[in-house]
Design a binder for this molecule. Sequence first.
Ligand SMILES: Cc1cc2nc3c(=O)[nH]c(=O)nc-3n(C[C@H](O)[C@H](O)[C@H](O)COP(=O)(O)OP(=O)(O)OC[C@H]3O[C@@H](n4cnc5c(N)ncnc54)[C@H](O)[C@@H]3O)c2cc1C
Length: 487
Amino acid sequence: MVKNYDVIIAGTGAGGIYTALNLPDELKILVITKRDLILCNSALAQGGIAAVYQPKDDSVGMHTQDTLIAGGFKNNPDSLKILVNEAAHEIETILKLGVDFDRDEHGELHRTLEGGHSRRRIFHHKDSTGFEITTKLQDALKKRPNTDIVENALLCRLKKTSTGFSADILHNDEHCTFNSRYFVLATGGIGRVYDYTTNSAIATGDGITFAYEMGANIKNLSLIQFHPTAFNNKHTRECFLISEAVRGEGAYLKNCNKERFMQNYDDRLELAPRDVVSHAIISEGRKLNSDEFYLDITHKDPEFLKNRFPMIYKYLLSQGIDMTKDMIPIYPCQHYLMGGINVNTSAMSSIDGLYAVGECSHTGVHGNNRLASNSLLEALVFGRQAAEDISKRITENQSCPLDSLESADFPVNADAVPIPRGIRTEVRHIIQKSYFVIPNMQEALSGFERISEIKRMLEEGNFIIDQNYVEAKSLTTVAYLILKEVI
Ligand SMILES: Cc1cc2nc3c(=O)[nH]c(=O)nc-3n(C[C@H](O)[C@H](O)[C@H](O)COP(=O)(O)OP(=O)(O)OC[C@H]3O[C@@H](n4cnc5c(N)ncnc54)[C@H](O)[C@@H]3O)c2cc1C
């Protein structure tokens, strides 16, 4: 079966859905997700979305400055300018689409504070902002007759053709070819390449791998953000995040002696940017020979905490911790990727017609380290930039008619076998040992050799092209690109 579309978007998180919503009604659009609609990093976002919207004592200049400081002044100035200036438009649009942000007693939008922000400018829905934004945007997209949304549709292979793109998509155990004039990768992050991550199971770096294999420019894959305060439960790989907003509302960080220690590392104390706090925890741990750390917010009004952080409160209770009375055990873990598929200010990659939005992209807005709550914003702002660029190109008639799109050949070999067991676990262990907050050069050097071997084996072997293969190859490719930069 072959089907043709104007635009295919891989990913139903904030980036993919918002791109689709901003494309004109007359285009034929396909949006796919490899699992169900809601399984994505966007739906996990707790803290909120940063924006200078109806400001009181804030300005886009201040938002710019805070983002630059967090990013070590390595941010791309052109894309950062777009991010901060377009933020208000995106907030206005998602409010109109039904997104519900918390309001104060006067009915005004409530703004919270997070590390690195000099002003309260984070709009939020309690402590489940990402779920609110993602579900409301998905609901809006479902009403659009020009868009087909397909769940359990795994992008397995992607090729550039003379007329656009041809994709091999595995849906209900069947490989189908879909062609499009333009293709948008909105496939999210890479967290699953680590043993410990806050990321959703879908975060295996597939889009980055497809773009890399097609020859696109990939940048800064070793710029990984480690969140300082994941709930410390080393028994599971799933690290539940204790939002930065908890520190924004006054929580203290304490060491194994139950003493505050951030004063020894940074003047901004608990509200220093994430890389600074994660480094401080690792350094303090080495000094005290302990990995026991806590967040303590027991000095705040219990009713305020239950109302402000209902999801975190409930989760911690299920783990035997009452955050109104108990200190919360925390430790850093992988959280976010600043690097990715390098794109211009219209979110287009170095391959003509191939766009990347959200966490899989590298717009350069974050510099060396992302300022909290700037990533949902980036996904929306650059999703719209991509949509506007595609619309402009289609209006200017720069592309081929739909029924003449070329199909690529995606061979399926009858003798193919499943990939050997244990590859993903081995790759994860190598990365966790080689590069967690501070790189370990010895591990990274030997790890790179082994990862290169695995990558070659996956590329050259005759394997069944299914989810296991696609994700293992993506994780290995991402690990390879990270370590190549580290060593
Ligand atoms: C726990 C947590 C808390 C966070 N809190 C915040 C916050 O408060 N504020 C903030 O700004 N940011 C936050 N972030 C970061 C932010 O949520 C993400 O960076 C952002 O939502 C990424 O959106 P996205 O659309 O790029 O990717 P995602 O939302 O992850 O969506 C990726 C999509 O791609 C699909 N996909 C992937 N591979 C394939 C394939 N091969 N075929 C088909 N589909 C595929 C997936 O199925 C999924 O639909 C948080 C992240 C986490 C994990």
